[in-house]
Design a protein around this ligand. Structure first.
Ligand SMILES: Nc1nc2c(ncn2[C@@H]2O[C@H](COP(=O)(O)OP(=O)(O)OP(=O)(O)O)[C@@H](O)[C@H]2O)c(=O)[nH]1
Ligand SMILES: [Mg+2]
Length: 307
């Protein structure tokens, strides 16, 4: 199955809230004042915050009027353009020979470990060699979970015993990365640090160790967010953004939620680019994020509406 198809399938629940409602709104009527009001309401119902829903509708209306659009279906591509622009934040994937170090941070249960497995699978598919690092040392089960994925995927993992020092595991993993001349180190971190100060200290320490061992590291710090939390994920995201520089967001569990619209709110508020989406629990269930494809999948296309 193609990536677009997978994205669309994972967005089914969100589409039921947005695309299907848009079809109703856009069919058999004229564009009047009420039409625009209802568009705002639909966007809000899809977990987009009020100010953004209003602003996007205003912009869509302005462009539609300038283009002398009279039929509701013609508004659709305009809306897709506006959504796409709102979802677009410039991002730079690391270039150069490497090795590269990617940190995965986020509250517990959001999908960090699973996302690392998926990322390992993706990178392997691109012909890059991968090493995993179990720097979430809080629970033995967390370490086991990563080790099980490593075995399943056929990639090496560096782990210490539970309760150990995350910095020490990271240090060992960085040494192994260099000694074995591997391409990418994926670092699993703990989400359950009770206060922001703890979180900051811990991440600062890991950042320092990485920086000292590998030039430019960490090259990526991905904040993993659970999309089923909708806009509630924002508060968590703010805490992490203050604790450490973030290079991208990964939104997981998009397959299980009708709140896919919240992605727009999250990007709008954080100005951090979404880089990947988690669309299931398997190793293959990570798709690179494309603003236009996502916007298009959210609202559908006129061809889908016929009949
Ligand atoms: N449906 C669905 N489930 C997911 C996705 N990503 C992760 N999960 C599930 O969410 C649960 C938590 O995922 P983990 O990867 O263990 O989360 P974590 O952030 O590592 O959690 P801690 O180690 O406790 O901090 C698991 O049951 C995963 O299978 C996704 O994209 N879709
Ligand atoms: Mg984990």
């Amino acid at each position: 199955m193609g990536i677009l198809q997978r994205l669309r399938e994972s967005l089914q629940k969100t589409q039921a809230r947005l695309r299907d409602q848009l079809i109703l709104l856009f069919t058999g009527r004229l564009i009047d004042e009420a039409f625009w009001d209802q568009l705002v309401e639909l966007l809000i119902a899809a977990d987009i915050h009020y100010e953004l829903a209003e602003a996007m509708t205003r912009e869509t209306r302005r462009r539609a009027e300038r283009a002398l659009i009279r039929e509701p279906p013609q508004v659709l591509p305009v809306l897709v353009d506006v959504l796409t622009e709102r979802l677009t934040v410039p991002a730079e994937a690391p270039t150069g020979p490497g090795p590269h170090v990617y940190f995965f941070v986020g509250v517990n249960g959001t999908g960090k470990t699973t996302t690392i497995a998926k990322m390992a699978y993706l990178l392997k598919g691109q012909g890059r060699s991968v090493l995993l690092c179990a720097a979430d040392t809080f629970r033995a089960a967390a370490i086991d979970q990563l080790a099980i994925w490593a075995e399943r995927l056929g990639v090496p993992v560096i782990a210490h015993q539970a309760g150990g020092d995350p910095g020490a595991v990271l240090f060992d993993a960085l040494q192994a990365l260099k000694a074995r001349k591997l391409d990418v180190l994926l670092v699993d971190t703990a989400g359950r640090l009770h206060t922001k100060v703890n979180l900051m200290r811990e991440l600062e320490k890991l950042n320092r160790i990485a920086r000292q061992q590998v030039e430019g590291a960490p090259h990526e710090t991905f904040l993993v967010l659970d999309a089923t939390m909708g806009q509630n994920a924002l508060q968590q995201a703010r805490v992490f953004r203050e604790a450490t520089p973030l290079t991208g967001l990964i939104l997981t569990k998009l397959d299980g939620t009708a709140k896919g619209g919240a992605v727009l709110s999250i990007v709008d508020q954080l100005k951090v680019p979404v880089r990947f989406l988690g669309v299931g629990e398997k190793a293959t269930d990570l798709v690179p994020f494309s603003p236009r494809e996502f916007a298009q999948a959210l609202v559908g296309s006129p061809e889908e509406w016929v009949g």
